[in-house]
Design a protein. Structure first.
Length: 451
């Protein structure tokens, strides 16, 4: 019987799953304000990890990794660990004052990790806004020779890089290292300190033979400040190049307007273009023969290729004149500029309405016939639109108004049975299908009967 119970116990123990390995960061906590340069304890608890486990502590900000604080640290004892951190320091630092920071504690192969809550770094009261000086970090980034384990020698700091050429990434190494490295592109975050934000992998694994050739055109990177990071796959050594500039290169070709168009002033039309290279933004200007010009839109994403703009005549144009205009499309950052052929911005239609009716003398209940006369006193052919026939402030009828050439007239007939009280009002183009500078003559009103 005793043997039977031992076997049952062994079966129960075999069926019980092992506790999952985990790490929990206890401090700093969410909302902490840590003064840059002061010592702060980073603490964590753990379970399910071997005592020989080595860990790394990494500084993050707003979801992006900044750099290592410490590597190859002991896990701790009795389920707890800690590290004394000179707040703000990290490999590649120091960090600037600000919010959105967090600490990541992970094992060496990054299979078990945890983040702290989001905290802020604050400047020293005696030296606001300035980070502490760079100090040597207690991590194994330097071999016993005293020389850096690795240094990126190309691209060099201050280099100008063509996004459609080849970037030759080169580095030196000291001592025995992992046979392979990763290569990462870093985009610099705006600020005084050299803090690198967005990371884009260029090679997950490539031989650690001190050279890697990168073709930027595959990413079409935006102009800006960048750096290259080379890191051994075992994570024991890494180096970052100096900051280099990715240039804005390429051009823009204006497709429309082409020239020769005749447009009504104040109407909208599409400006279209073709972009090449990594041109980022464009400006669209309207210019008239002479010295007058104005910006229609600025800083438009060059990748859009089209933008609807309102084209209105220069206010100093002589009344009734037709001046020649051009569209200028230029690179916002300077450089490529295109201009269209000449086109015309003509004056606008000016619709004026009047009306007569018969019989002029009638009793209540008599049908009155209205002859509604619409004249285009402007310089541009009007668009077909609508007219509304009001009685006592309420629309009784609506009627179509045809397109009318400059100087021409259209007449529309309407019949209304005389009622009392009876105030009739006629409004032309209430929906503003036309850009009509004089709205006052678009209506006619008459009191035909009053109590």
């Amino acid at each position: 019987m005793k043997t039977k119970w031992v076997l049952i116990l062994l079966v129960i123990l075999a069926a019980t799953p092992a506790a999952a390995a985990s790490i929990t960061v206890k401090s700093p906590v969410a909302g902490d304000n840590l003064e840059i340069g002061l010592t702060k304890s980073i603490t964590w608890t753990y379970s399910g990890l071997p005592n020989a486990t080595k860990i790394e502590i990494v500084l993050w900000r707003n979801g992006s990794k900044l750099g290592s604080i410490a590597q190859d640290l002991g896990l701790g004892s009795n389920g707890q660990g800690s590290y004394s951190w000179n707040a703000g320091t990290f490999a590649g630092g120091p960090a600037l004052a600000g919010s959105g920071y967090s600490i990541k504690v992970r094992n060496s192969n990054n299979t078990v990790s945890a983040f702290s809550g989001s905290f802020s770094l604050i400047a020293k009261p005696t030296d606001p806004g300035n980070p502490p000086p760079l100090i040597t970090l207690p991590i194994k980034m330097f071999p016993t020779t005293g020389q850096p384990c690795m240094a990126v020698t190309s691209p060099k700091a201050g280099a100008l890089t063509n996004p459609f050429g080849t970037v030759y990434v080169m580095w030196t190494k000291n001592g025995s290292q992992d046979a392979n490295v990763s290569v990462t592109l870093l985009r610099r975050v705006t600020g005084k300190a050299r803090i690198l934000g967005t990371e884009v992998p260029l090679a997950a694994s490539t031989p650690n033979d001190t050279q890697f050739n990168w073709e930027p055109a595959s990413l079409n990177p935006a102009p800006g400040i960048y750096a290259i990071k080379v890191r051994t796959l075992d994570g024991k050594c890494e180096a970052v190049s100096g900051d280099f500039t990715m240039q804005e290169t390429g051009g823009i070709e204006l497709l429309s307007p082409k020239g020769g168009e005749v447009w009504e002033s104040g109407t909208s039309h599409a400006v279209t273009w073709k972009r090449s290279g990594n041109i980022q933004t464009v400006d669209i200007l309207l210019a008239r023969t002479g010295s007058w010009n104005k910006a229609l839109v600025q800083g438009i994403d060059a990748k859009l290729g089209t933008m609807s703009c309102v084209f209105a005549k220069d206010a100093n144009d002589a009344a009734g004149s037709q001046c020649y205009y051009r569209v200028f499309l230029k690179q916002s950052a300077g450089g490529s500029t295109n201009f269209s052929g000449c086109f015309t911005l003509a004056g606008n239609p000016d619709l004026a309405v009047s009306a007569s009716f018969s019989p002029t003398m009638a009793n209540v209940g008599t049908n009155l016939t209205f002859a509604i006369k619409i004249e285009n006193k402007g310089m541009f052919r009007s668009q077909a639109c609508q007219g509304d026939f009001y009685v006592n402030g309420v629309v009784a009828q609506s009627f179509p108004v045809p397109a009318i050439d400059p100087g021409a007239t259209a007449t529309v007939s309407r019949i209304w049975k005389l009622a009392c009280p009876g105030t009739v009002k006629i409004i032309i183009d209430p929906g503003q299908a036309n850009v009509d500078p004089d709205k006052a003559n678009n209506s006619w009103e008459k009191v035909l009967c009053s109590n």
